[in-house]
Design a protein around this ligand. Structure first.
Ligand code: DC
Length: 213
């Protein structure tokens, strides 16, 4: 069984999906994390980010392991590193390439094949698992999403300028919505949930309610 969740950055997807997986005793796959790990690998290897074919080759051979909410790249725990602002700044270009996405979608399908998974990202309900019976689109007002991302970084001790973060999120939203392949959009059969005025637990409960019904 797959529960598919899409939504923009800061909509609370990650925290809600994790809670959901715990409540329903399922595994959890953060596909954003897989794209983040790919971006880290490309940056650490000094790859030309304009070289789609080279990036595709890396994506095809990506050695990733996900255990609970930890993510391992080539055996190294990169869970914190992939959430750093330097990844946010470079990721949009990499995830826009159709060849890269094709390789990553196959990887994500292979990863979630092995059991019951809550899978979250941007194109899960539309491209990765469109046949899933349980599809949700999580959203929240832009200002709330910026605030959540700011708090998340602050809690990790990462210093970032609020204005810079706002611009960054705006730029990533635009890139997510306007990409030619795997763009962020609400699947017509996905349940829309606005988490602006909900706590993460309330939003997770709402989704559990839909599933149990
Ligand atoms: O969910 P996130 O912010 O960790 O995602 C990081 C980036 O990866 C984001 O800019 C959008 C992209 N992404 C994507 O293109 N497709 C997905 N299924 C998940 C994330």
């Amino acid at each position: 069984m797959i529960i598919a969740i899409d939504g923009p950055a800061g909509s609370g997807k990650t925290s809600i999906a994790k809670r959901l997986a715990k409540k329903l005793n399922m595994f959890y796959l953060d596909t954003g994390g897989t794209y983040r790990a790919l971006t880290l690998k490309a940056l650490e290897g000094d790859l030309d980010l304009k070289d789609e074919v080279a990036l595709q080759a890396i994506a095809k051979n990506l050695n990733l392991k996900i255990e609970q909410d930890r993510i391992y790249l080539d055996g190294r725990d990169v869970s914190e590193k992939i959430r750093a602002p330097f990844i946010d700044k470079n990721i949009s270009k990499i995830v826009s390439y159709p060849k890269v996405r094709e390789a990553m979608v196959s990887l994500q399908r292979r990863m979630a094949e092995s059991g019951d998974f809550v899978v979250e990202g941007r194109d899960i309900t539309t491209v990765v698992f469109p046949q899933s019976k349980f599809k949700f689109y999580l959203d929240a007002e832009f200002a709330v999403r910026v605030q959540r991302r700011f708090k998340e970084l602050e809690n990790k001790g990462v210093q970032i300028d609020f204005e810079e973060l706002t611009d960054d999120l705006k730029r990533r939203d635009e890139a997510d919505i306007n990409r030619e392949v795997g763009a962020l959009k609400q699947s017509p059969d996905a349940v829309y949930i606005d988490s602006t005025n909900l706590s993460l637990d309330e939003a997770a409960e709402k989704i559990v309610g839909y599933i149990r019904n």
